[in-house]
Write a protein that binds this ligand. Structure first.
Ligand SMILES: Nc1ncnc2c1ncn2[C@@H]1O[C@H](COP(=O)(O)OP(=O)(O)O)[C@@H](O)[C@H]1O
Ligand SMILES: [Mg+2]
Length: 226
């Protein structure tokens, strides 16, 4: 099992009366590719932050790849995330002044992979697999095109060989052709490497890339009016 949530409730500490999530039970099996859609403000990013251990639940059990995140300290969760989970963000969040190689290397900083002798070769192989031309590897990320930045973002999410990849509306700032290219690249990397994928978006047109499609409102008992 990749994801197993049981009686999970979450509210932000500064808003104790406003529950964002109440999820009695939800699971994702290893190898599944799941699309969760929902309106803006519905709690998609909050859910992903609970699954990656950036946030801890107010109540309940969050089990990822067989490990109880809710019983870990923040430090243990950070280490777990670095070693097991890849993350692709909205707008990609590359460090603008670092080049592709250093952006990817930075993601391995907190993982066991950091000490791997082949790290530099692994980064190069990923960039080659993703068709980023070698002449663009040393250019600051802010000078890369959107299409190039999205390749670097995928490489960064993949460098620690995650079992679970989490994507938070990564296509929302892309035009249609970049969006299609991004999805094709992402799905081919996921399939080749046998990774579980959880992808959230408000954009239903992406659903056809996925074998399992869910609405957040069907998972989460907290409705807008709560
Ligand atoms: N850091 C935060 N502190 C307090 N409330 C937050 C914080 N982040 C998000 N929220 C609130 O939690 C709810 C869900 O937000 P979010 O998970 O970002 O939704 P989505 O990703 O679906 O747009 C919203 O009402 C939002 O205002
Ligand atoms: Mg969001």
């Amino acid at each position: 099992m990749a994801i197993n949530l049981s009686n999970v409730c979450f509210h932000y500490p500064d808003r104790p009366k406003q529950r964002v999530l109440d999820i009695p039970s939800w699971t994702v099996s290893s190898g599944e590719q799941v699309f969760v859609h929902g309106d803006s403000g519905g709690g998609k990013s909050t859910l992903l932050n609970l699954l990656s251990g950036l946030l801890s639940p107010s109540e309940g059990q969050v089990t990822i790849l067989g490990q109880r995140l809710d019983q870990m300290t923040r430090r243990q969760r950070d280490r777990f995330r670095a070693n097991h989970i890849g993350y692709v963000f909205q707008q990609f969040n590359l460090l603008p002044y670092l080049n592709a190689i250093d952006n990817i290397r930075l993601a391995s900083q907190f993982s066991a992979r950091k000490k791997t002798i082949s790290l530099h070769d692994d980064i190069k192989k990923l960039l080659m697999d993703l068709n980023l031309a070698e002449k663009d590897w040393q250019i600051p990320a802010r000078k890369l095109s959107i299409g190039q930045q999205q390749r670097v973002a995928i490489a960064r999410a993949m460098i620690n060989k995650p079992q679970l990849l989490i994507a938070d509306e990564p296509t929302s700032s892309l035009d249609q052709s970049n969006r299609d290219a991004f999805m094709a690249l992402l799905m081919s990397m996921i399939n080749e490497n046998d990774i579980t994928l959880l992808f959230v978006s408000h954009d239903m047109s992406l659903a056809n890339y996925f074998s399992r499609i869910e609405a957040l409102v069907d998972i989460n008992c907290v409705k807008e009016a709560d």
